[in-house]
Design a binder for this molecule. Structure first.
Ligand SMILES: [Zn+2]
Length: 101
């Protein structure tokens, strides 16, 4: 992906996921170096999964969580696939960010 990255810093937001659920549970990482310390995410992303769970404001059973996040996971997967095809990093760690700006 490094050869021809399409990067515009104005298209990024700080990445905040409650309890870093996506990093902890799904092992996501920086799109360029795979570092799990993600600082930025491409705009118009689906809602982070941890935040989504947190917003339910109640304790969910494993089954309920599974059901709740099934679609968002697919949306994230699709989001990443589309970005990858366009050579646009979805997630960026601090180090890669600093090299790009
Ligand atoms: Zn990185």
């Amino acid at each position: 992906m490094n050869n021809k990255i399409n990067f515009d810093k104005d298209n990024y937001l700080e990445f905040n996921d409650f309890n870093d659920v996506m990093i902890q549970a799904f092992g996501i990482g920086c799109s360029l170096c795979y570092d799990p310390e993600i600082s930025f995410v491409l705009k118009d992303h689906p809602k982070p999964i941890g935040t989504l769970i947190k917003e339910q404001e109640k304790n969910l059973t494993d089954n309920e969580v599974e059901k709740l996040i099934e679609k968002p996971i697919q949306e994230w997967q699709k989001f990443e696939d589309i970005n990858f095809d366009k050579h646009v990093p979805t997630f960026l760690c601090d180090e890669c960010w600093n090299q790009m700006i």
